[in-house]
Design a protein. Sequence first.
Length: 516
Amino acid sequence: MKNILIIEDSKMINNIIKKELSTLGFTIKQAFTLATAKEQLSKQKFQLIILDLHLPDGEGSELIANIQSLTKTKVVVLTSSQDASLREELFEYGILDYIVKDSHLIYSIAEIVKIIHTITTKTQDRILVIDDSRFICKQIKTILEPCNYIITLSLKGKTALEQLQRNEYELIILDMELPDIHGLELLEIIRKDSKFLHLPILVLSGTSTPDIIRDVLKNGANDFLKKPFIFEEFILKVDFWIDYFKKERELKEKTQELKKLNENLEDLVQEEVEKNRLKDKLMFTQSRQAQMGEMISMIAHQWRQPLNAISAATTVIDFKVQMAKLDAQEVKKITSKIQDYTQYLSHTIDDFRDFFKPQKAKKITDFQIIVQKALTLTQNILEQKNILLEQKIQNLTSFSGYENELIQVVLNIINNARDALLSQHTKQAKISIYIEANKLTIADNAGGIPSHIVKKIFDPYFSTKVNKNGTGLGLYMSKIIVQDHCGGILSVQNNNSGAMFTIEIPLLKEEKANEK
């Protein structure tokens, strides 16, 4: 619908309607007299006419009789006349609606807007009319086609049953007196077919005794209307039952979808859980591999000095043998040192091997044990880089956790602090470790984490070490270990001098009882 013609002699009303409909995107033409309206209609086609019946130079109803198709050119009458017989006569012609102007003009205009919205958005629903009266069939067709309904006519009951099998309908309008089968019998046949169990049926009848109405409704009809019917009441009932049927059908479809979804929900949840488990496993493996690279670097660092010392000792032995100055006492002294060095190398391997052992069960431990084991692996590097290590312990308490995994978390935080201190070239670089009961805090003085990324550092694949081969998984996996595996809390905040990570693991039950 694009073009609308407003035929109204009141310029104020005409202009108000034009302004309202123009905002909705329609092309509006205006006529204030019957002659102007006829001239406009001769020049252009309109999809909708808003018509006042009483014009200065004639009656607007003359135009309705001259319009070829009220299905293609719809007419809404807007008038002050409340003549009931005129109203019915106009509906017989096929007008879309009849709106009485009153003091509430805004309400009348709102009704026009609502009608336009309905006919422009509504799908063309199909109605099967079963009536042997050609006059009634024509009348119904004239009334309903302007409302965007597709009307199929059947003059006999058997023909109607054939139509029902071939096509889909949203409503049946049924007359009781048919030439080949009574309406009540036809009702029973239709309702026995499960396909038509919920299809609304509006019965028309020339008689309306209580017994007839009761029989009609008990045999499956949804509503009853006595002939001759009031057109507006008829249209309202048709609109209501079609809307009801479509909503019922939509609700049924949604219910079926919901039922199917519920049936598959457990499988879907299990599938998602498995996907997340595999994703976490992959990330954990990637994080572990990155840690192994770091560990190999630490092993190389810690082995370098003893290996150099062993090499130097063997060089001394070789030199003294060549000079024939090697005695038994000196051999014993040098081999003792070599043995000490090899013991150190062996202990180093044991420390790293224990770190990578898979731990299937929780064990009773505390943060002092975890921190010391982590420092065994990294303390030499901290000393070499001139990073001061400060430790403080208060009210040490035990808890249950995966010790090796928590060592990995502590090691990861300490190594991150070390990297931050070195990248910032921090003077008097320091890492502070505070243990209080079941809470561990690791802080540095590297200046802190920028405020715009502090909330992202636990996200997977987020790294501040883009140019240093950072995987972005260390802190993500640390949070998974602390929160998901051990039921604890891992958090971060900036203090006055740098970043401060806090790990808190739940106390053992007996420890909680003692605290109370």
